[in-house]
Design a protein. Structure first.
Length: 538
């Protein structure tokens, strides 16, 4: 009986049982970071949604990266090349929220910058599966975003108001307690003094609140806690390495080895029918596809249908082919020279078929652009196909050079391409391209309503176009003026005048809002657009 009692005490002893781990103790830096995380959570909520507050979102990301970097330095984290590259990539891509006026780019830029931040913290605190350029980068990425912040012990509330090693939290906690206590007596005193109209008028001028603003602030404060808690837990759990044993290289290799069960003959029998369908399809549609290379539109089709069908076909086939290539790499048995060589041939063949389809889709899109000009959707489609081309070329190179790290290389190429798209001012380029082509006569018309799609970036080019058209109008003789009024130039000039006047009126309304001017909407295209409108009205 004595032995049973002692063993029972031992098995439930808090020092020896995982169920009774002691609460995590936070040092002073942890406590400071908890308050910074809460503030960052509030700024994040104020910056949401990104598409309407791009400058606010950029400020949030700069504060997030800079404050975290300072804390990492104070906590003596190790900054390797990978951490520096990831951190810089997140900050550089986030600049597109100021340099570009495109809301689609804003959304993806913010998403990448925030997820890259999570990976940046994980890399700086040595939480990757393996060092260097790792093929496990996607797993590390998911681990940083979804696993590390929810692992470990200790939450932000404990760090905020911890008394031990946390004078800041203790003081702030006492201040908050005092504010809560004073709510009731302050409210009573205010109601008693509100009989005096002078007092209430002065108080109203000092504290003139809008109900919508109050509700927005309350919502931001409420959601600042879960967002701040996520940022705090990511940082603390990364230093604790609490997720180190949850996902390991050995575990990933074991899963990969167990998944490689399909015999090569099975892989071939599953893949060859797909390749046969591609061959038959290309032969049957040969004339249809080469029309794009010859610069001719097939009969019974318009340019929009021709280009759109090519893009969506490409989208579906590329997704299927990437999935097939990944499945071959995961499930095909490895180790046999003949089998490995056969799977390489299969992957190369699939990539070649896909590249042929991409090239035809690009030729269709070029034909469409040559006829109707550029739009953001066409530029994004071209960008997407360029990225796909690089990825499938990397897959082919991988079959010849084993040293190539396919996933990190593809991810790096995509990030670089997105950076180029985001900071290049693509919408302004689109407007300039269309205006230049219209003025030199290679583009038949410009649809002024596209200004809504291009936004502020198109305004300087539209002002330039209006100026050029007015110069043309001045050169028209009186005898030919009536004929000119029926021309496309005259109709375009009227549309431009209406559109730019509406934009000018919109700007005047913005300037009239002195007390609550929405500064967080400012972007470089908006600044340039305002300067162009100002020059137009001189």
């Amino acid at each position: 009986m004595q032995n049973f009692s002692s063993s029972a005490v031992y098995s439930f002893d808090k020092g020896n049982n995982e169920l009774f781990k002691a609460p995590r103790k936070f040092d002073f830096l942890d406590s400071v970071w908890s308050w910074i995380s809460l503030i960052l959570g509030y700024v994040f909520c104020r910056a949401f949604p990104v598409i309407s507050k791009p400058l606010y979102s950029l400020i949030f990301l700069i504060l997030l990266y800079s404050s975290t970097t300072v804390m990492l330095v104070l906590k003596k984290a190790k900054f390797g090349k990978s951490a520096i590259c990831v951190g810089l990539s997140g900050l550089l891509i986030s600049l597109s929220m100021f340099l570009s006026g495109n809301t689609v780019i804003h959304t993806f830029a913010f998403g990448y910058a925030f997820f890259a931040y999570c990976y940046y913290v994980a890399v700086a605190t040595e939480n990757r599966l393996e060092g260097g350029i790792s093929s496990y980068i996607l797993i590390d990425f998911l681990k940083a975003v979804l696993v590390i912040p929810f692992s470990g012990m200790g939450g932000i509330i404990s760090a905020l108001f911890s008394k031990k090693n946390n004078k800041l939290g203790s003081v702030v906690g006492k201040i908050i307690l005092g504010v809560i206590i004073t709510i009731v007596p302050t409210t009573v005193v205010f109601s008693l003094l509100s009989f005096d109209s002078g007092f209430t008028n002065l108080f109203g001028k000092i504290f003139s609140f809008n109900l919508g603003d109050i509700i927005s602030q309350i919502v931001s404060i409420i959601f600042a806690f879960p967002v701040g808690a996520y940022i705090f837990r990511l940082f603390v759990s990364s230093f604790d390495k609490s997720a180190k044993k949850l996902v390991t290289v050995e575990g990933c290799k074991k899963v990969s080895k167990d998944a490689s069960f399909a015999p090569i003959i099975t892989v071939f029998s599953a893949t060859l029918p797909l390749l046969f369908i591609y061959v038959v399809f290309f032969i049957s549609q040969w004339q249809y596809y080469v029309s794009g290379f010859l610069g001719k539109l097939p009969e019974n089709l318009n340019y929009a249908t021709y280009a759109r069908e090519g893009f969506f076909q490409l989208l579906a086939v590329s997704a299927i082919n990437l999935a097939v290539i990944a499945a071959i790499g995961i499930f095909a048995k490895k180790g046999s020279k003949a089998g490995d060589f056969a799977t390489k041939i299969l992957k190369i063949t699939i990539c070649v078929f896909t590249l042929v389809l991409i090239s035809t889709a690009i030729s269709k899109l070029v034909l469409y652009i040559d006829e109707h000009g550029l739009t953001p959707k066409r530029v994004h489609a071209f960008w997407f196909m360029a990225v796909l081309t690089l990825i499938f070329i990397f897959v082919i190179l991988k079959q010849f050079t084993y040293k190539i790290k396919l996933i990190p290389l593809s991810l790096a190429a995509t990030v670089i391409m997105f950076f180029a798209l985001g900071v290049s001012g693509s919408d302004g380029f689109i407007a300039k391209y269309n205006v230049d082509r219209y003025l030199n006569g290679s583009l038949d018309r410009i649809i002024v309503s596209d200004l809504e799609k291009l936004g502020d970036a198109a305004v300087p080019q539209y002002v330039r176009l209006e100026k050029e058209l007015k110069e043309r109008e001045k050169s028209i003789s009186e005898n030919n003026y009536y004929e000119y009024t029926q021309s496309k130039d005259a109709h375009l000039l009227i549309d431009l005048d209406t559109c730019l006047n509406e934009y000018t009126h919109k700007l005047l309304n913005e300037y009239s809002r002195t007390s609550n001017y929405e500064w967080y909407e400012i972007t470089l295209p908006k600044i340039l657009a305002k300067a162009a409108i100002k020059q137009r009205n001189i």
